[in-house]
Design a protein. Structure first.
Length: 289
């Protein structure tokens, strides 16, 4: 398969190194309480989860989101500072990231910074997920300016340890210089039918697995092992796999409030995969990153 053509250095995760979850955005906590509760459950190998109220922080603090953010922040504190935690992957992850939509570089810098300040002030987030991030070389200076400012805002806050975490949601392999602009890049976001034949960019072999994330929908339960093998071979340390698709069945999705306002389709990442417990057990409670 094409993913096996990855450069040798990118295959460094083919052994026992640990994967963890990156959750690109569940539905509102009032509509998806089980999903948000799972993020704070002890032993969940969570690296980060995205909070998205209305393509950003919304116009005012949301009490349900405040409660969910507090639970996740408390779970992280217990993992980091509790007595002899065994789960070091969860202890080093579990950050709540604020959703900033870059609209492929079309949103004004001032708007993005205003949203970022609201996220920090209201929800004490530990970083940002920059959705629809440009991937071209020409847009890199603007993204660098934004990420530099966001790091400074996070460092000045009281909730983001280690300066916070920035994840660029390209959904594809960007120009290599983006790797120096943030902590992690989403280099694949899409359906299983594309992922199983995907190839990794050779330049990614120069970076550790913790620098890359893959978000894949429509993964059948019977192909979970293959999907995790692809992620490891391609050098991704963070994943989110789900069996849900863009057009999820109406019985499961209708009325849950997880519609994508731009596309009119169901968001496959807004709810738990039906095999959540199985994939958690496959990844395990975590070992050192």
């Amino acid at each position: 398969m094409p993913y096996l053509t990855a450069p040798a250095a990118a295959r460094r995760t083919a052994g026992g190194e640990q994967l963890g979850f990156g959750v690109p955005g569940y539905a509102h906590p009032l509509l998806a309480p089980a999903e948000w509760a799972e993020l704070a459950r002890p032993g969940t190998p969570l690296h980060w989860a995205v909070l998205n109220i209305a393509d950003g922080p919304g116009s005012r603090p949301d009490p349900h989101c405040l409660e969910a953010a507090g639970r996740l922040r408390n779970a992280r504190e217990r993992a980091l500072h509790g007595g002899s935690p065994d789960d070091t992957v969860r202890a080093s992850g579990g950050r709540l990231l604020g959703h900033l939509d870059l609209a492929w570089g079309e949103r004004p810098f001032e708007e993005l910074i205003a949203d970022a300040r609201s996220f920090i002030d209201w929800y004490r987030i530990g970083g940002f997920y920059l959705a629809r991030c440009p991937a071209e070389r020409a847009e890199l200076p603007a993204v660098r300016r934004l990420t530099g400012t966001l790091h400074a805002l996070l460092a000045a806050g009281d909730s983001a340890d280690d300066g916070g975490r920035l994840v660029l949601g390209h959904g594809t392999h960007p120009y290599p210089g983006y790797a120096e602009a943030a902590d992690q890049l989403v280099t694949f976001q899409g359906p299983w039918t594309d992922y199983r034949w995907s190839q990794v960019a050779e330049w990614t072999a120069d970076y550790a697995p913790e620098r890359f994330a893959h978000l894949v929908h429509g993964v059948p339960r019977t192909h979970l092992e293959e999907a995790m093998r692809i992620a490891r071979w391609q050098g991704a340390g963070t994943i989110f796999f789900t069996d849900r698709n863009d057009r999820s069945d109406r019985n499961d999705q209708e009325g849950r409030g997880n519609r994508d306002g731009r596309s009119g389709q169901s968001d496959p990442f807004a709810a738990l995969p039906r095999y959540w417990d199985e994939i958690v057990s496959r990844i395990g409670p975590g070992i050192s990153e």
